[in-house]
Design a protein around this ligand. Structure first.
Ligand code: C5P
Length: 398
């Protein structure tokens, strides 16, 4: 099994002596293949320096709302949007009190108020501060709002007292982080190969055979699979689209190159062949530009069939666990897709009617054709189609 997309942790460090242990947590998350962005409260920066955290996380460290380069772009929202989980460690009595009352008087509390991501708070404080009814009430409030709060360890404390209030060991915090991320990363540990876009088949150095595929549906699927935790190899024909975050992209031009890139990306657990691969290529693409010869006669283009990448996988000895093809049709959509299911050896064919504005457009209407029948989805954005299909992939692999 290959490495999944890294987990992205936004780590808020409060001001307590246990802050030094947050550095160890950063190191463990990095060793586990995750990325960490640190946010230090004013008090936190008295215990651990931004430089230490920047070196350990290999990432920029944020300390105030006003150091985010572009607050017009809502930097505090971006920080949370780019994370899978927000971890508050150590969560001091003061920080938990501010979280519980909904204060937003620094970067840490502002992003904690604004985030829609799961939050893990790891308290550490003096035993009497921990047992104080005010802290316990704040704790209950946070838990009632869905914040996961780890129980502190019991033992000797930096202040010389004994009891509950010690920060749990960084290994235990990492285990909690992994457990919380498991449900939102259901494709973790899976490798998904996706082809997208058209192919260009050269006629000569300046001309080629192409089609109207924009690559949007394949790119949306790659983004959704990566967001679900998969390691994604996206093999893209010539398109003008940015790479989705966390996706390994291989750019190709022709069907033959696409087939070779798919081959090189194997093995995989799931293959989703979305590309509109040209059926034919020019047998003897000229090395020089073809010219009119003045006779009015046009030398015919000699075409040969391209390799069928999907069928190649469908009939391979090591077929992916789930093999999905697309069928762009202008008529008899379901009948053609059903015939392709068997012919190509695919598990599902996603049939779509491209007689309208689908190719190059942002919406799609698809029918999932499989051995168990046909499920038709309503017309929706290609990004929404991708979310639904990846959720079905998750179910199928479970
Ligand atoms: O036969 P047709 O081109 O309609 O089949 C469409 C499906 O087959 C798509 O999933 C497409 O990516 C795949 N395909 C392929 N290699 C080809 C032709 C189609 O992988 N040469």
């Amino acid at each position: 099994m290959q490495e999944a997309r890294e987990m992205r942790i936004l780590l808020v460090i409060g001001g307590g002596i246990a802050a030094y242990k947050a550095s160890e947590l950063v190191r463990l998350i990095r060793r586990d293949g995750g990325s960490v962005t640190c946010v230090l409260t004013e008090a936190g920066s008295r215990f651990v320096t931004p430089l230490t955290l920047a070196a350990l996380s290999e990432n920029q460290v944020h300390t105030t709302l006003w150091d985010l380069k572009n607050e017009v772009e809502m930097g505090h929202i971006r920080l949370s949007r780019e994370a899978d989980l927000v971890v508050v460690c150590p969560a001091t009595a003061d920080l938990m009190a501010r979280m519980a009352t909904g204060m937003a008087n620094d970067l840490a509390t502002t992003l904690l108020l604004a985030t829609d991501k799961p939050v893990l708070a790891v308290p550490a404080m003096n035993v009497r501060m921990w047992l104080h009814p005010a802290t316990q009430a704040n704790l209950a409030t946070l838990r009632s709002r869905g914040v996961t709060v780890m129980d502190p360890d019991e033992g000797a404390m930096a202040c010389g007292e004994f009891g509950p209030g010690r920060l749990p060991e960084p290994e235990a915090i990492l285990a909690q982080i992994r457990a919380m991320l498991a449900p939102i990363r259901p494709l973790s540990g899976r490798h998904v190969v996706i082809t997208a876009g058209p192919t260009h088949e050269p006629i000569d150095p300046v001309r080629y055979i192409a089609n109207r595929s924009s690559g949007q549906q394949g790119f949306a699927l790659a983004a959704a699979a990566a967001a679900a935790g998969a390691r994604v190899t996206l093999i893209a024909g010539p398109v003008h689209l940015p790479s989705p975050p966390g996706v390994e992209r291989v750019d190709v031009e022709t069907a033959v190159q696409m087939a070779a890139a798919v081959d090189a990306a194997l093995p995989c657990d799931v293959a989703i062949m979305v590309a509109a691969v040209a059926d034919w290529r020019v047998a003897d693409a000229a090395g020089r530009k073809r010219k009119k010869d003045g006779t009015g006669q046009v030398a015919p283009l000699d075409l040969v069939e391209n390799p069928d990448i999907l069928a190649g996988l469908g009939h391979a000895a090591h077929k992916p666990q789930l093999l999905i093809g697309f069928a762009a049709e202008t008529d008899d959509v379901i009948a053609h897709a059903t015939a392709k299911l068997a012919r190509k050896g695919a598990d599902w064919i996603i049939a779509n009617d491209v007689s309208g504005d689908v190719m190059g457009g942002t919406n799609n209407t698809v029918h999932i054709v499989s051995a168990v029948g046909v499920e038709s989805l309503p017309r929706m954005a290609k990004t929404a189609v991708a979310e639904v299909l990846i959720a079905k992939v998750v179910d199928a692999l479970a």
